[in-house]
Design a protein around this ligand. Sequence first.
Ligand code: CP3
Length: 368
Amino acid sequence: MSGVTNASPLDDVSTTGPRESLLVQAARRNPGARPPVWFMRQAGRSLPEYRSLRQGIPMLESCRRPDLVTEITLQPVRRHGVDAAIFFSDIVVPLAAVGIDLDIVPGVGPVVAQPIRERADLDRLIPLDADAVPYVTEAVQMLVAELGETPLIGFAGAPFTLASYLVEGGPSKNHERTKALMYGDEELWHDLCRRLAQISGAFLRTQAAAGASAVQLFDSWVGALPRADYERYVAPHSRQALGAVADLEVPRIHFGVGTGELLPAMAAVGAEVVGVDFRVSLAEASRRIGPDHAVQGNLDPAALFAPWEAIEARVRTIVAEGRRTPGHVFNLGHGVLPDTDPGMLTRVVDLIHELSHEPQIELSDQGI
Ligand code: CP3
């Protein structure tokens, strides 16, 4: 077995298991000497080993092959030494599993053959059961065995973001058809989102039940809404999705892009950790969210294209700010961009790992 850590799961004596990892501890607001670090989209096109493995295999097919899922998920853990693995899949995998005809088009994203826009269309969104995604359970189990003490993060798309793909039929800048449905037929909107919340919650639960140590709910596009609309149209459904794993004692991370105005509302729907994009500083985000939640973030993924000295200064600032929050998980403010030099990601990980050996610099010394 090619375990990626020194600890073999066989001699895992529960003092060093994934549940005691820096990630889970930071999420529980028991911060260690340094923040844990992982990157959204750490598995993917920035890695040459990913590109060569995926050659000729469509994205959705690769998500259904536990051997490939396991290998792709492990690649960034081996290469960068990140403190968590994120399960290789996609937010639309559970939609495909319940029979929605869709494809993930390279360079575009998810494209839905027949968008969902009318009440009759809801019949196509049947409930998700773990039996419909056996390849997920199998891959999570294989990964947990391989990862040893490194935690695996499961994930799902949140109802709003899933609804946007289904209603628009593909990626959208303005979400106009989604908003037309939401504002124009509130009852249909809520019925749609209730179904999506079940699917999203069941997908999270499948991964947590199979051994994932934490989960992340991606509401990538919900920053398109003002707070009042978030609370009325979205919050009940994201609460339902996160509630599906409430009894499993896995920390829940809730992330969106452009959500500065929504952070307290996103915290309130049932997450231990709130993901922060790069538009709001961690200190300000934590002030908005309050002392009961840890934060995750928030290096701008585009900043990784700057010279190392500039990146290093930003990483140090984020870590220093994170030390003043109840708990901090280091991440980017959104996913790794495909053209990112993977060497820069490794250097960020190395720097953060070294920080536990340095005396802690007070933020006031840096004029923050
Ligand atoms: O490393 C990881 O973070 C785990 C894997 C992961 C993928 N998608 C793999 C993927 C995760 C967590 C996702 C979530 C996802 N998928 C989100 C939420 C995260 C975010 O970025 O906001 C969203 C909005 C999607 C929908 C989606 N799927 C998009 C926008 C794309 C990119 C389209 C493109 O080609 O630019 C996909 C495809 C996708 N999902 C890829 C990967 C690695 C690229 C597929 C490829 O390699 O050809």
